[in-house]
Unconditional design. Structure first.
Length: 118
């Protein structure tokens, strides 16, 4: 079964940190570029970060998270991570994991809630 399962979300105070995980199964993980998106209430889903397939040597970030978030992947564990530091209330959203191959075949996870509040 092809699926992505996110975990690691929760409630954190401003300035705090969280690490999201996205476990993949049912497909050849290292052949897929991986991305994180987020969607806040009443807003459209937006890009957060991306990492290239295979070695993951290339990463890109939205300007809003650059310098605070880090995306990484462990192909041995079929998992992609999003380390989030210096969290702000405006980072509050449901975070989604996405996998996409060179043929534009995509897989989406179900999302994990991140709430930044004091």
């Amino acid at each position: 079964q092809v699926q992505l399962v996110e975990s690691g979300g929760g409630l954190v105070q401003p300035g705090g940190s969280l690490r999201l995980s996205c476990a993949a199964s049912g497909f050849t993980f290292n052949m897929y570029a991986m991305k994180w998106y987020r969607q806040a209430p009443g807003q459209e889903r937006e890009f957060v970060a991306a990492i290239s397939s295979d070695s993951g040597s290339a990463t890109t970030y939205a300007d809003s998270v650059k310098g605070r978030f880090t995306i990484s992947r462990d192909n041995a564990k079929n998992t992609v991570y999003l380390q989030m530091n210096s969290l702000k209330p405006e980072d509050t959203a449901v975070y989604y994991c996405n996998a996409r191959n060179v043929r534009s075949y995509e897989v989406w996870g179900q999302g994990t809630q991140v709430t930044v509040s004091s």
